[in-house]
Design a protein around this ligand. Sequence first.
Ligand SMILES: Cc1cc2nc3c(=O)[nH]c(=O)nc-3n(C[C@H](O)[C@H](O)[C@H](O)COP(=O)(O)OP(=O)(O)OC[C@H]3O[C@@H](n4cnc5c(N)ncnc54)[C@H](O)[C@@H]3O)c2cc1C
Length: 358
Amino acid sequence: MRLVVIGGGIGGAESVRLASSLSTDITLIEPKKRLECQALYPEYLSGKVDIEDICAELSPFCSKLGVEFVNERALGITSNEVITERDEVEFDVAIVAVGTTQNFFGIEGGEKTFSVHTLEETIKTKRELDRRNPSKIVIVGSGLTGVEVSCELAESLEAEIYIVELMERVLPTFHPRVSSYVEKVLKKRGVHMLVSKEVVKIHDDKVEFSDGTSLECDMVIWTAGIRPVPFVDSTPFPKIKGWIKVDDFLRVDDENYSSIFAIGDNSWVEIDGKIATKTAIEAERQAKHTVKNLEMMMKDEKLKKYKIKASMDSPIALISLGCECAIGVYGGLCIRIPKLVYKYKKWIDTSFVKKFKS
Ligand SMILES: Cc1cc2nc3c(=O)[nH]c(=O)nc-3n(C[C@H](O)[C@H](O)[C@H](O)COP(=O)(O)OP(=O)(O)OC[C@H]3O[C@@H](n4cnc5c(N)ncnc54)[C@H](O)[C@@H]3O)c2cc1C
């Protein structure tokens, strides 16, 4: 079996690692040189972790497993071939795991903000924080990333930190109990919260809101949204809200592409009335399940249905809140043993990266 994995992030690299024990010819297509663990970016901003803790080089990882590494971007896909920048790679089975990109929702000035979506962008943001020594920073978006970045910056900088949210509470996709606890922590850290505020324009020195008010600042960090990457846009696959629609076995939901699996953030995974969250937990589990199903395919056995663990209506997350504290969220349950949860989260994130180091 010739297996092609497109994307060497959490889902893709984990698929490669696990599939290397099957008798398959594996090719990994990924434009970056390293696997990057996004969960540690906020702590990179505050200087708690180094680049080495966040990423693993893909070339030695692939060589060790006998996997061919095509260090290029995938540009297109048919039912049996991936077109890359310089080549075409044929496959019997493919796994698409190309993640997401930032969504600025067409807001003027959004593209000029700083970000923590990729390691390259996070390094640039950290460099600018060090260079500018800003006294007022606005973080747009109070999802998991916005909250973690706010707490890390509040702990490590003298600057005034503002977090801006369109909905009426921070962490709006989580249970109100979680939001209310996190709001208390943010307050304690000195972070100013502006909720029910719609950003309409971003200038070099201020953010403008739909209610006519504005907030002066020295730097804006954007954490407010994600969208599919251009590769996903270009595929002929069925989609929901732009994400690849998959069936119960995580295959592209179109019989013409039944040998293509799509996992992790790039997919719309909706099974038994639940929708999977776009998290590392789900990307990793979906990779594991897909490799199990590859094994079934090789044995000519029936594929197993995927079961979502972290769903939109019952999310699972470990959220770091600065000062070496974190909380665990399991649906409506909020596990508040901050120091212990922080240690657990750090251990999970760093040991994930270590699995890919040779
Ligand atoms: C700051 C931050 C903190 C986070 N913290 C957590 C957390 O604590 N817990 C948690 O569960 N989740 C967290 N997440 C979310 C988590 O990182 C993602 O859900 C996870 O990385 C998704 O894995 P993936 O494999 O789908 O995509 P990714 O890990 O994003 O990997 C996608 C890969 O595809 C590559 N790619 C893109 N386009 C192409 C192309 N055309 N051809 C080939 N390759 C391509 C990219 O370069 C990338 O390497 C966080 C995210 C961010 C931004």
